[in-house]
Design a protein around this ligand. Structure first.
Ligand code: IDC
Length: 445
């Protein structure tokens, strides 16, 4: 019996149906948590019921309870779910939490330690043995904190633990030194629940005013990164730690600082399974792919020493546009993706055809920053060009992150200037055109 967890409602669902597990984890906010217990092929039937007003699933082998719930409480009968072992080999216990938020719910587990913890100090009431399995379940080997579990790169795709292609859809913060207030769970949850985002990118400038390598308060910046990682993790979202080089042009400029930073970050988040490392936002100036490779070798090695599997995003020359350079000379590590950034009003057919060629050559590309406006971060949304980019995103199943979550006086900042709330609760009217376009993209991909 597979155990799934709904990140929005806190409900656990149990199913032996592989297809149901696939649909719930891929299409909805459910996370696979491993095998709950093993059910026998025959025995006493256990029925599943569904409450259409609360959305809860409930299981019982008590025929009378089933009858009453259906006839008097309007539960929908979902019929036989599995069997209880008549040899009573492995007891499964039911707990009830009347105060759970957003609504009361049940949990079912054979793990007596879980029962002890839930009933000891988390407000759950033990309702005793509910049925029996044949033997104990197994925790999923690689669970991770993201809603699709631990990710890998396979061909041009990002995939979940079962090899299914998944798409990360995200929003980038503005520079965290300048707009720290948007790093909070309420804001992230708004984009997850209202727009369908599953990823947050934390942009930490390295060289601009207050940057990590130019006099910024490092302890404070790292505390902001950590609060972003914790908030995303609590929501089952993925989180990209972005070493946001820009006016420093060449990532080798501050390579030793980057090596030290990523060594500590990857040690800290090694077992999270939802943290991606973007090691150099946008190399530019005269920076060559050779420079980036040499930098990437140094940084990737320290990350891999702590975390052999995390997904690492590598910037490409000319503000992360020359993916062709990477395509013809790829890095020899697993789980690497190459960054392509576009600003639709500036970057058009030429960059799109470069994407097509790189994709066709098998390069895994991640659009870890884009906007529909000009490369300055300002100007009007170019709807025609944005639509052409959208078609490629859909066709190639690309992951993407929109720039930027702030109310700055620039058109790429998705909130209007007069919007002061920083923690969600927004309505469509609070967003600029670039934000509404991003919402539309997330809802159609
Ligand atoms: C811009 C911000 C702007 C800020 C500027 C310089 O939108 O408010 O003043 O950086 O610090 C990028 C960069 C990204 C830019 C963005 C828009 O990755 O840092 O943000 N852009 O110019 N690449 C292409 C465009």
């Amino acid at each position: 019996m597979y155990r799934l967890y709904n990140l929005s409602t806190g409900e656990h669902l149990f199913t032996a149906d592989e297809h149901e597990k696939k649909v719930l984890t891929e299409t909805y906010h459910w996370r696979y948590e491993g095998i709950g217990w093993y059910a026998p092929a025959s025995g006493t039937p256990v029925y599943r019921l569904y409450n259409t007003s609360t959305g809860e699933h409930f299981y019982t082998m008590d025929r009378n309870e089933r009858r009453v719930l259906i006839s008097q409480y309007r539960w929908t009968d979902e019929n036989l779910a599995f069997y209880s072992d008549d040899g009573h080999r492995y007891p499964v216990y039911r707990q009830f939490n009347a105060a759970a938020s957003p609504r009361a719910c049940h949990n079912y587990t054979g793990d007596t330690n879980e029962v002890r913890v839930l009933t000891g100090n988390h407000g759950w009431k033990n309702e005793g043995v509910c049925w029996y399995g044949t033997r104990e379940g197994e925790k999923a080997k690689t669970q991770g904190r993201g809603m699709y579990g631990v990710l890998s790169v396979s061909g041009t795709d990002l995939t979940d633990v079962y090899g299914n292609a998944v798409r990360l859809k995200g929003i980038s913060t503005h520079g965290i030194a300048w707009y720290p207030a948007y790093i909070n769970q309420g804001a992230f949850q708004y984009f997850r629940d209202q727009w369908g985002a599953n990823t947050i990118r934390l942009a930490m400038y390295t060289a601009e005013y207050g940057g990590y390598c130019t006099g910024g308060d490092r302890a404070k910046l790292e505390a902001l990164v950590d609060s972003g990682v914790q908030a995303a993790s609590a929501l089952g979202m993925y989180v990209i730690i972005d070493w946001h080089i820009l006016s420093d042009s060449n990532p080798k400029t501050y390579q030793s600082q980057a090596v030290d930073f990523f060594r500590r970050m990857s040690a800290k988040y090694a077992d999270y399974g939802n943290v991606l490392y973007e090691i150099c936002n946008e190399p530019n100036g005269g920076t060559t792919w050779g420079d980036i490779r040499s930098y990437a070798d140094a940084v990737i090695q320290v990350i891999r020493a702590n975390d052999p599997d995390s997904v690492i995003l590598v910037g490409t020359p000319t503000w992360s546009q020359d993916i062709d350079k990477a395509a013809s000379d790829r890095l020899p590590y697993n789980n690497i993706m190459y960054s392509l950034h576009f600003y639709a009003a500036t970057h058009k057919d030429q960059l799109r055809s470069r994407l097509v060629s790189a994709h066709n050559s098998g390069l895994p590309v991640f659009i870890d920053e884009f906007s529909t406006v000009e490369a300055s971060g300002n100007g009007n949304v170019d709807y025609a060009s944005a639509e052409a980019w959208k078609q490629l995103i859909l066709q190639y199943h690309l992951s993407y992150v929109g720039w930027n979550l702030s109310n700055k006086n620039e058109s790429s900042a998705i909130l209007r200037e007069n919007v002061t709330s920083v923690s969600g609760g927004w309505s469509d009217g609070d967003f600029k055109a670039s934000g509404l376009w991003l919402k539309g993209l997330m809802q159609s991909s």
